[in-house]
Design a protein around this ligand. Structure first.
Ligand SMILES: O=P(O)(O)OC[C@H]1O[C@H](OP(=O)(O)OP(=O)(O)O)[C@H](O)[C@@H]1O
Ligand SMILES: NC(=O)CC[C@H](N)C(=O)O
Ligand code: SF4
Ligand SMILES: [Mg+2]
Length: 472
């Protein structure tokens, strides 16, 4: 089975400390983070004496039944996770949060991101006798925490965080504390909130809106926060800190009602569209966005250019993730199921179609064909991010080199292949400029530039992935 989506989300995490409805609120919060991972979900709770959880494969309602959720009632502390696999198969054993049972104290673990030295650490630990229960990269943090000799949990956590490399937002739940840590370049988002006097933590602020929590602030790179019944301890585990929030969070992944750096993703996406309009000087009659994630960029494009924005493509509500056999013909059929042109908007007009990205080009090829069949006089395509040329090793499945059309074709070749009259991408500088104007302190742009901000130790992993894709 193969997932036809061009871009796949990354996981979402949520945690809450000292609230009587901890499990129910975590369930609701995970529901709002479902766009970040649909392969599996779980909740782990603690109450000062015990750690207990439920997890399963699939979307939240399939993964956690009402009966399981009821069994978590009464616990006051919880962490939750929705998974999209980046390392390790899509199977139940890899669904998080993990529970580690240990004489030093049980713990629950949830991770968004991808560790770039997990394999190296794992091999060393296995050499020393450790036995892993999963094939996930995330498990190494649990082993590092429990192997530490010191009795000081905070010191052990900080030491372990300094051993792992890559992108991570980690939640660690113990009987008497909840810790949240962000990688020292802040590649993944992590937000602090509060509800009824209880602290909560989430990948995106849309989770706070859903449960009625207030958004306090963004967690800073290299920070580790620990919540106990005595309050919050705000600490750093790393001297080196930089700001490299994933650019694709703004472009595509995050929900538009979420905020990073107190700026709504909705506004940033609109501004990306405006910036694209500044850079792309084309005359046309109508601007349309590819639903859903490109609609705001199309609005921004229209507002700047003065070209009217209309709904030229309809997206089927019922095709979320479509699992099909991995051949191009079936993939194209699935895209056809997903988007349908509205002839009245298109016929006889010069159309600018805005999408947020081109991965393989499957979506664009189909859409252009459909717009021409619907009578478009000209079809111009604008992409509200730069060409995706390099894979991501930090928790997002932006494919492999072999699958990224821009990795091996020039913009003009892609233009010819998808059969548009013109094709324009947003410039890397234009993209960063938009983020700067919206409160960001710096972003990762490695999938556009190849300039990876975090060292990749386990190079073998993506290479193996690439070989698999090529069928080598
Ligand atoms: O070039 P391709 O390989 O076709 O991939 C590119 C498409 O993938 C993403 O949308 P996706 O269909 O994953 O989801 P969306 O409906 O949330 O935009 C992205 O927004 C592009 O439209
Ligand atoms: N997308 C993610 O953040 C995945 C987390 C972890 N690397 C996993 O594969 O389970
Ligand atoms: S490489 Fe791209 S997708 Fe991956 S973290 Fe960086 S900006 Fe995000
Ligand atoms: Mg799309």
């Amino acid at each position: 089975m193969y997932d036809i989506r061009g871009l796949n989300e990354e996981c979402g995490v949520f945690g809450i400390w000292n609230h009587p409805d901890a499990a129910e609120l975590t369930y609701m919060a995970l529901h709002s983070l479902q766009h970040r991972g649909q392969e599996g979900a779980g909740i782990v709770c603690s109450n000062g004496e015990n750690i207990f959880g439920a997890r399963g494969m699939g979307l939240l309602p399939e993964a956690i039944s009402q009966i399981q959720l009821d069994s978590l009632t009464g616990y006051t502390n919880a962490i939750g996770h929705v998974r999209y696999a980046t390392t390790g198969a899509s199977e139940l054993s890899n669904v998080q949060p993990f529970i580690f049972k240990h004489s030093k104290g049980d713990l629950g673990l949830a991770h968004n991101g991808n560790l770039t030295n997990a394999r190296q650490i794992r091999l060393a630990l296995e050499d020393g006798g450790s036995i892993f229960q999963t094939s996930s990269d995330s498990e190494v943090l649990g082993h590092l925490l429990l192997k530490a000799r010191s009795m000081n949990e905070q010191a052990n956590l900080k030491a372990a965080l300094n051993m792992i490399k890559g992108a991570f937002a980690f939640l660690v739940l113990r009987k008497n504390s909840l810790s949240a840590a962000l990688d020292n370049q802040g590649v993944r988002p992590l937000m602090l909130g509060m509800i009824d006097g209880a602290y909560c933590i989430a990948s995106e602020t849309c989770a706070f809106n859903t449960i009625g929590a207030s958004y306090i602030r963004d967690i800073r790179p290299g920070e580790v926060l620990t919540f106990t019944n005595e309050g919050i301890d705000e600490d750093n585990y790393s001297q080196y800190r930089d700001s490299k929030l994933c650019s694709m969070e703004y472009v595509y992944f995050a929900r538009p009602d979420s905020e990073f750096n107190r700026q709504s993703v909705y506004n940033v996406r609109k501004a990306l569209g405006e910036q694209l309009a500044k850079e792309m000087n084309i005359e046309a009659d109508v601007v349309i966005g590819v639903p859903d994630s490109s609609l705001q960029a199309a609005m921004g494009f229209s507002q700047y250019s003065g070209i009217p924005n209309e709904q030229g493509l309809l997206k089927s509500r019922y095709v979320g993730r479509t699992f099909i056999t991995p051949n191009q013909e079936m993939r194209e059929r699935a895209v056809r199921m997903k988007h349908a042109p509205i002839r009245d908007v298109i016929e006889g007009r010069r159309v600018i179609v805005i999408d947020d990205s081109i991965v393989r080009g499957t979506t664009s090829k189909y859409i252009v064909k459909a717009l021409r069949n619907a009578g478009a006089k000209e079809v111009h395509m604008g992409i509200s991010s730069p060409p995706l040329k390099h894979p991501c090793y930090y928790g997002i499945d932006v494919s492999t080199h072999a699958e990224l059309i821009a990795a091996y074709q020039s913009v003009d070749d892609i233009r010819a292949e998808i059969d548009v009259d013109s094709l324009s991408y947003l410039s890397v500088e234009g993209m960063h400029d938009v983020y700067r104007r919206h409160g960001s302190h710096g972003e990762c742009d490695a999938c556009f530039t190849g300039d990876y901000p975090v060292e990749i130790v386990d190079y073998l992993l993506p290479e193996e992935k690439e070989k698999k894709t090529k069928g080598v």
